[in-house]
Design a protein around this ligand. Structure first.
Ligand code: GLV
Length: 387
């Protein structure tokens, strides 16, 4: 049995255990995957300042995000199809998050429904919505989130049209998978996954199937997005969506300082700097490169969270040191989920927490709330000079 010491260990196990179609769905970026790659390689360009003879005893990574206290500045990002990565995946991930003390965000494109996750967890979770054309469906979805006692809404603002991920088209991605000869052969080698799936009834998009009208193929992500997503979205509409929810609203998918200012204008409580894990506009800046200019624009006026590229606690520390209130992990927890269900998500959180805590200590800090830009060595040209 592999001793799991890093997120990469979980990814390797995940790859062996989950059908290729779902592994590829999570692990791919759009088109050439340049942005997907740079999300992680740009993190590595930032170095940490080692300090010594600082009191490192009694450390804490506890912090506040959206008015609540959490175990560390990390939330589970909304990720579609978690229930295809592992049977009942969203419930498993939500449970791991609540036990660890970090927020869980349920995706609209989840397999387990909002009600189902609420029924199987104790604490409120965050709920993610897309910007859809069907106003009635949006209102009902948001009302369902309210009934389920969700504590915040995350509106994804960077997916009016879907970025093309070649592998999803080649694999014929759907939930549940279609029984093509290739899919059957693949599943035969993934017996753990198949056993779990045989034992659960949760195999369809639980928030959509039976709830959204006029959706001809709810099993296929690409056809649902093409039919249902509001391509004419503007800030007016974002404000309307913002006003549908009377609690905290987070706009996720901001990569430009001008958009960050607009988000502030429409009354968002927080934004998430994100390029959707490199899954939308290939060729866009990595998220970590975009963060400093957005912090300069709105950092003192609203919570700025960070997403895309986090694979370690050191990445969390770097984003936090650049000013992010919190970070979101997507793939890092999905690897754990696919590898070993709830236990795997807990493992992913433990790995990240340990890396965060130890790195913070070696930078001479013992409280995450005292971490600032001073612990970093950032290349002078990090943000780039673009014409
Ligand atoms: C959906 O948001 C996706 O990135 O697949």
């Amino acid at each position: 049995m592999t001793v799991i010491t890093e997120i990469e260990d979980l990814r390797r196990i995940y790859k062996r255990r989950v059908p290729k179609m779902f592994y590829d769905y999570a692990e791919t970026g759009s088109w050439t995957q340049q942005t997907f790659r740079e999300n992680t390689t740009d993190f590595a360009k930032i170095r940490l300042r080692q300090r010594i003879a600082k009191d490192m005893a009694g450390r804490s990574t506890r912090c506040r995000m959206l008015g609540e206290e959490w175990a560390m500045p990390v939330a589970l990002a909304p990720v579609g199809l978690c229930g295809m990565q592992h049977a009942d995946g969203e419930i498993k991930a939500a449970r791991a998050a609540e036990k660890f003390g970090v927020p869980f965000t349920l995706s609209t494109m989840s397999i387990c429904s909002i009600e189902d996750v609420a029924e199987h967890t104790e604490k409120p979770f965050w709920f993610q919505v897309y910007t859809l054309k069907d106003d009635d469906f949006m209102r009902r979805l948001i009302a369902r989130a309210k009934d389920a006692k969700c504590s915040a809404i995350v509106i994804t603002v960077d997916l009016q049209v879907m970025g093309q991920r070649h592998k999803d088209l080649k694999n014929g991605l759907s939930a549940p998978p279609k029984p093509t000869p290739a899919a059957i052969l693949d599943v035969m080698t993934k017996w753990r996954w198949a056993l779990g799936m045989a034992q659960t009834k949760r195999r369809f998009f639980g928030n959509i199937v039976g709830h959204a009208k006029g959706v001809s193929n709810a099993a296929s992500l690409s056809s649902w997005t093409a039919e249902a997503f509001d391509q004419s979205l503007d800030w007016e509409r974002i404000k309307e969506l913002r006003d549908m929810w009377d609690g905290p609203v987070i706009l996720k998918g901001i990569l430009d300082a001008e958009d960050a200012k607009q988000a502030l204008n429409v009354g968002a409580d927080a934004i998430v700097v994100s390029n959707h894990g490199g899954r939308q506009l290939d060729g866009a800046l990595s998220s970590i490169r975009a963060l400093p200019s957005i912090m300069d624009a709105v950092g003192d006026k609203m919570e700025v969270h960070f997403d895309s590229g986090i694979r370690s606690g050191q990445d969390v520390l770097k984003a936090r040191a650049l000013g992010a209130t919190g970070t979101m992990i997507g793939r890092a927890f999905v690897y754990g989920l696919g590898a070993m269900g709830e236990e795997g998500v807990t493992k992913a959180l433990e790995v990240i927490h340990k890396e965060l805590d130890t790195s913070m200590a070696l930078c001479g800090k013992r409280d995450i709330n005292d971490v600032d830009r001073d612990i970093l060595l950032v290349p002078e040209d990090f943000e780039g000079r673009w014409a």
